[in-house]
Design a binder for this molecule. Structure first.
Ligand code: ATP
Length: 773
């Protein structure tokens, strides 16, 4: 198919698309094509593919079953919901809303979902098994319905149902949707928990949470005893936290589901048993099943709405330009419906912030596409719909990200420019068209045997599994169309699934968390074992920070570090600050560094102006005190100025107010943690920067470099030559030693977030002296 675009400019040529070979209404993409045992993903209207046939095809050593074609169960209205679910009754009835037409509509929509047909069978199967692997097409209703079925049918008993998500946007938006379906407010019967934000009460029965949050809960509750069901959703993404969770769920089940108590006396009900459900649309089901001793695999047949897929007839090198042209092809030629464009962007650093990634969150592509679409949208003929552009990426504030869920004004087409935060689990109302650039950013940790190491972020082709998830976002509310800016051959040659994160990410903070629950990563029963060098590098870093001793045992410092929801090196600086009476100052710096966006806006064509206007905050010791100065000035301005004046002040100085607002919120939470672990959050060194730099030095001891005679800097804990990043206020300085927040690797290795530190600090630093001994 060729679609034409208004020839506003000569270069604005159309992108040619071919419909996917085979049926237009069906896409049988699933990551299993090369496998002997193939699950079949069948579109709802496609009746010729017998589910029974698929089930037979799948019957192997693992017992499997296809849930389909069962009698539609009686609708569970509010009244019988109370009856079925005795346990949740009180909170349910408290939040009971009248049967408004919206409520009825929602109940009707629930009944129409493909999964609803198999509800009774599904509940029965899950009831019978400790572990269930549940596969179902995107949009079949797994994530929103399964937890509700288990609750409404009493399978969850008295415990809570946790539903884990790799990304916070998914967790919060799902809690919102499912609360509505339950006729309650978010935080009552259905709640959520993501880092630095949670909404749930003691009456909450279904909790959507990031996988990072549940792993963190293991530290205070190693058996996850308040949960009777843990649903691991989007397990195909194989995030580091999901893998750690899955390993722990296996051992927890051994303890909680045993019919004998630990002393061997028959006692089944002392511990409430735990059910585990592993869910995805694109899962290597066999692998998960095998890991859980050949767990039951269930396939849910049917997608709710078909998605027609087009591939470009040629590969598109400039994917941003191709996305812009495709958008206008849709806007001009196609019926109303919002457009979701996927651009490269990283995995959400959902639990521990990864500052290395800040410069590569995908904003650049988004900003440039936003500019070009805005430019052409203004020049469209008057009879065309308006365009409302809405960016969506992890480091944008939650408030801005939720804007995409609002309906567009009349005669307006929403155009959402998203990184892969929009890839799984979420439904963006109105979206009918997806434009997929086929690119993503992948984090890769380069471990150094010397103990250092750094993350790199590379743009790469997505996997088949991601392509399918992205296409799935178009068919959530009706028939959809997906335009892929890559050829069908390119799709066919994509990898099936991504490499598990555990094989390519820094393990430092996970190993610290595991140590707190008495586990060693190398001994864990993991689905994929990480590289021993990566473990060694992380252990070395922890030892340098004083979190573990020479025998690799957790120290009291390590335990206190783990209480903070920040990266280990930042936690270490907070602890050191109490000895140097500067906790107030360090908390501010750490909060800003933990914020998901950059403090200083970096607009390439206004770099000099920005630098001039920020000069007054600059501190001779470097970037960390500069952050502190900026925060202090902002607080001063906030005392006397109105909100709009504050905004104006930020704009004038090219300062990102969002970062300051988020930083303030994070600071409040860190203050609470300080109080819990017995640190005085108000201890202050006033204007003296020495204690601040020293405290930072304890955390950044591994991120340090010495000046060489030739004027370059060489890592103290490695052999790399590093350059100071042009964005640092230290870029033109030559000081004997520096500490830095992160290394970024482009054409060379740059240190970002740099401060000068006396060289003598390292000689005194106990851990470093030990290393040198
Ligand atoms: N926030 C929402 N607003 C409107 N409709 C929604 C919302 N969330 C879910 N839905 C509807 O419910 C359907 C099922 O969503 P659900 O997330 O349960 O599917 P799923 O099988 O888990 O798919 P995926 O694997 O893509 O997450 C969607 O296709 C959509 O029609």
């Amino acid at each position: 198919m060729t679609m034409s675009v208004p020839q506003k400019r000569k270069h604005m040529l159309s992108v040619d698309f071919k419909q996917r070979s085979g049926s237009s209404k069906r896409h049988k993409e699933h990551g299993h094509s090369h496998q002997h045992k193939k699950p079949r993903y069948v579109d709802a209207p496609d009746e010729e593919q017998s589910p029974r046939k698929s089930a037979t095809e799948l019957n192997g050593t693992t017992p499997q079953k296809l849930v389909n074609g069962y009698k539609v169960p009686k609708p569970h209205g509010h009244n019988n919901l109370n009856r079925i679910n005795g346990v949740g009754e009180s909170s349910r009835s408290k939040n009971f809303r009248s049967n408004s037409s919206t409520d009825l509509q929602l109940q009707e929509q629930r009944k129409q979902l493909p999964i609803a047909k198999g509800r009774d069978a599904l509940v029965a199967e899950i009831g019978k098994h400790d572990v269930t692997v549940l596969l179902g097409e995107t949009g079949s209703g797994k994530t929103t319905q399964v937890p509700q079925y288990l609750l409404e049918n009493g399978v969850a008993g008295k415990g809570m149902i946790a539903v884990t998500q790799p990304r916070r946007v998914a967790a919060t938006s799902l809690a919102d949707r499912v609360s509505k379906e339950q006729g309650a407010s978010v935080g009552d019967i259905v709640g959520y928990s993501v880092r630095f934000d949670e909404k749930y009460t003691s009456g909450t029965r279904i909790k959507y949470m990031t996988d990072g949050m549940i792993v963190r809960e293991l530290m205070s509750d190693p058996l996850l005893s308040k949960y009777s069901v843990v649903i691991v959703d989007e397990a195909h993404e194989r995030t580091l936290r999901t893998d750690l969770l899955i390993a722990n769920l296996k051992t927890i089940q051994k303890k909680r589901n045993s019919t004998l108590d630990p002393k061997g006396k028959g006692n089944a009900d002392k511990m409430n048993p735990l059910k585990v459900i592993i869910m995805s649309a694109t899962l290597d089901a066999e692998k998960f099943s095998k890991f859980f001793h050949n767990a039951k695999i269930i396939y849910v047949k049917g997608r709710q709405h078909p998605v027609t897929i087009y591939h470009s007839s040629e590969s598109q090198v400039d994917y941003v330009d191709a996305a812009m042209r495709t958008f206008f092809q849709v806007h001009v030629d196609q019926p109303p419906g919002d457009v979701l464009i996927f651009l490269p962007g990283e995995y959400e650093p959902h639990f521990i912030r990864v500052p290395e990634l800040k410069n590569a969150l995908g904003q650049e592509d988004i900003e440039s596409l936003e500019k070009s679409i805005t430019f052409f949208a203004k020049r469209l003929p008057a009879d065309k719909m308006d365009v409302l552009i809405l960016p969506m990426y992890a480091s944008q504030s939650a408030h801005k990200n939720t804007k995409v869920f609002e309906s567009a004004p009349s005669n307006t087409r929403k155009c959402i420019l998203a990184t892969n935060v929009a890839e799984t689990s979420i439904t963006i109302p109105g979206v009918k068209y997806v434009i997929d650039t086929g690119k993503c950013k992948e984090k890769q940790y380069l471990a150094r045997d010397s103990g250092g190491g750094f993350d790199t972020l590379l743009t790469r082709d997505i996997t088949k599994s991601s392509a399918m998830q992205r296409a799935g976002r178009a068919g959530r509310e009706g028939k959809g169309v997906c335009f892929r800016l890559y050829t069908e051959q390119a799709f066919e040659s994509m990898k099936r699934t991504a490499e598990p994160e555990i094989l390519r990410c820094s393990l430092t903070s996970s190993i610290l968390q595991l140590k707190c629950i008495g586990q060693n990563m190398e001994e864990l029963d993991l689905m994929d074992k990480p590289d021993i060098d990566a473990i060694y590098s992380a252990l070395k870093t922890l030892w340098l920070l004083g979190a573990i001793d020479k025998e690799q045992k957790l120290t009291s410092t390590g335990r206190r570090m783990a209480s903070f929801p920040t990266e280990p090196h930042l936690s270490r600086s907070i602890l050191a600050s109490s000895e140097h009476n500067c906790t107030k100052e360090i908390l501010t710096i750490v909060s800003i560094l933990s914020s998901s966006s950059k403090l200083f806006l970096d607009i390439s064509d206004q770099r000099e102006a920005a630098s001039d206007s920020r000069r007054k905050f600059r501190h001779p010791s470097g970037d960390h005190m500069t952050i502190l100065n900026t925060f202090r000035s902002y607080e001063e301005v906030s005392k006397s100025e109105s909100k709009s004046q504050r905004k104006e002040w930020c704009k004038k100085h090219f300062i990102n107010e969002k970062c300051l607002i988020e930083g303030k919120k994070i600071r409040e939470q860190l203050i609470d943690v300080c109080k819990k672990v017995g640190l005085d959050p108000n201890s202050s060194c006033g204007e003296n920067e020495d204690p601040v730099i020293k405290s930072l030095g304890y955390g950044l001891v591994g991120n340090s470099a010495f000046l060489q005679p030739d004027g370059s800097y060489k890592q103290t804990m490695g052999h790399s030559i590093v350059k100071i990043h042009p964005g640092s206020c230290m870029v033109n300085e030559k000081v004997p030693a520096i500490i830095y927040d992160e290394l970024v690797y482009t054409n060379q290795i740059y240190a970002r977030g740099v401060s000068a530190i006396p060289r003598s600090f390292f000689l005194k630093h106990a851990a470093l002296s030990q290393r040198q001994a």
